[in-house]
Design a protein around this ligand. Structure first.
Ligand SMILES: Cc1cc2nc3c(=O)[nH]c(=O)nc-3n(C[C@H](O)[C@H](O)[C@H](O)COP(=O)(O)OP(=O)(O)OC[C@H]3O[C@@H](n4cnc5c(N)ncnc54)[C@H](O)[C@@H]3O)c2cc1C
Length: 277
């Protein structure tokens, strides 16, 4: 549980972080809350030559509403969203989901940007961003580019962020007064999701449904969405939640149990949304 040796460098600005990364090369990694990267280093699953600390950059901490969207700095911590009146009002699904991440210590250190770039399919925020149709703004040596959440998660722990890019912002269309549901099944109150389901009613009245821990990436449950759009009942639609999913088998549950859970939890999350959340 002791990481390999590494250099520690603290960036004073985004520009400084980019310069440090260019200087340190491929083997250096950005450090945000450290709640995914440091455990990986302790297990020797990662051995970066240097950590470039971006956790104190004010440029990554903004939280604003403009043009019908919320602009969330990638360095915002879970608790910043959990207790933000703006997020609670405009994106209640996101506020509810971050309140279930780990324990208060994890929520006080972990960042939404770190969760997204780490790309763990068992993480809550990535699936919620799929349901919310978020856009991720990355800054690299060639400037800024925007990637829809739908195209960002490529495989297990693999995302579209290049090693020299910093995720600077997450843009999410505001959805006040729209129905939502979020259900997370776990054995103990602070565990990661064995399976989770997020439901968000969009401005056009259709519902987006996304799944946590049901494959190598977070997933949209398209078959459920199509069944709902086609007029199916909640139970009929939820029965489609395992369609196309390839969940893992691990110490918490086997794949068959997760397929079952996805259907049960989808029904609960849809019922929660239907009940006026
Ligand atoms: C005990 C415990 C329980 C947890 N429970 C949950 C849970 O229930 N649900 C859940 O979703 N998560 C859970 N987590 C994970 C937690 O949410 C992490 O904080 C999160 O996954 C990573 O965010 P971080 O800021 O700590 O990132 P870090 O660990 O600092 O970084 C993670 C990766 O992202 C990169 N990175 C970070 N920020 C940026 C950026 N802005 N631009 C480019 N690259 C960047 C880093 O280089 C690294 O590769 C838990 C963690 C612990 C330790």
């Amino acid at each position: 549980m002791i990481p390999a040796g590494f250099d520690y460098l603290r960036a004073d600005s985004l520009e400084h972080a980019a310069a440090l990364k260019a200087e340190q090369g491929e083997d250096a990694k950005f450090l945000a809350g450290g709640h995914s990267l440091i455990p990986l280093m302790k297990f020797r699953l990662a051995a970066p030559s240097a950590l470039i600390d971006i956790s104190r950059l004010a440029e990554l901490q903004h939280l604003q509403q403009s043009d019908g969207s919320l602009r969330l700095g990638a360095g915002l911590r879970y608790r910043d969203l959990e207790f933000s009146p703006l997020v609670r009002e405009q994106l209640p699904l996101l506020a509810a989901a971050v309140a279930t991440v780990g324990d208060p210590q994890v929520r006080a250190r972990g960042t939404i940007g770190g969760s997204v770039v780490h790309g763990d399919p068992a993480a809550d925020v990535p699936a919620v961003l799929l349901a919310l149709d978020a856009t991720l703004v990355l800054r690299g040596p060639d400037g800024e580019r925007e990637v829809p959440a739908q195209e960002f998660f490529l495989d297990f722990w693999e995302t579209a962020a290049r090693p020299d890019e910093i995720l600077v912002e997450i843009r999410v269309p505001a959805l006040p007064a729209r129905r939502w549901g979020f259900v997370k099944f776990r054995q103990r109150s602070q565990d990661w999701a064995t399976v989770g389901v997020a439901v968000q009613e969009r401005a056009d009245g259709r519902s987006a449904v996304a799944l946590v821990n049901m494959g190598p990436t977070p997933l949209r449950a398209r078959a459920v969405e199509e069944a709902l759009a086609g007029g199916s009942s909640v139970d009929e639609a939820a029965a489609q939640a395992s369609e196309g999913a390839t969940p893992p088998t691990d110490i918490r549950a086997d794949a068959a149990y997760r397929l079952h859970l996805a259907r049960v939890l989808a029904a609960r999350a849809l019922a929660q949304a239907g009940a006026g959340h």
